[in-house]
Write a new protein. Sequence first.
Length: 280
Amino acid sequence: MLTFNDPAKLQQWARLRRMKGEKIALVPTMGYLHEGHLSLIAAAKKKGAKQIVVSVFVNPVQFGPGEDYEKYPRDEKADFAKCRKAGATAIFLPSPRMMYMDDHSVYVNEESLSTGLCGARRPGHFRGVCTVLAKLFNIVNPHFAVFGQKDYQQVQVVKRMVRDLNFGIEIAVAPIVREESGLAMSSRNTYLSPVEQQNALAIYGALKMVRAKVRKVGKLPAATVRRQIAQFLAKNSLKPDYVEAVDAETLQPVEAIKKGVVVLIAAYSGKTRLIDNIII
Ligand code: PAF
């Protein structure tokens, strides 16, 4: 597995691989890799990529003031070993200074899908995500990039960016990977105490309950369900940030929860903000 720190060197290498006709996949991550990330590498392999580039970069511009940029978990050595074992062919480990020069002044902003849900609670977050991904897409110029469904809004925003800015890159989406307990895997799970972890199970519990009910009765009023879920989360010592039911593509709130609708939850377990979703 090759290691790159310098964007220009990676760009040069990727260009050569492409000229040789090799299929290139990008798996963008912020590191501290878990089974969820490894499933993205597996998905890239399954889709026939000859070169799988995993970027490991805790992107400062997608964190707001007071968020966990400084304390976000990092372990480059372990990430390297996991990527190699999973079959990645290159790892990109740039420093923040290599990605953002002191006078960096160009950002990418998606202005519709990013305004609600996490975007409303984390101002500037998706501007940071789009900016770093535009850079990574330009550096690697992959045939496709793989993202996890756990970040449902992110996937829709990235698809829109790729469409509107003509990146010509396919966005592949891999299903959410869960702990045996049902908790969606996340690097931030490492912040949770055993009790907070136990409480956090209510998030997927609530999503599963909604899906089961809709399967039985066909559709449910979104306002009532959102209120019930918020109560259920609070009963389990979680602080809901949002509970929403939205159209899968426009991300606009819906009145009825039925097949195809996405139900999304963001909630705090202790001080840790967790997100999860289900496509009904
Ligand atoms: O989902 C993430 O880990 C990040 O938002 C991403 C896509 C790697 C951009 O920094």
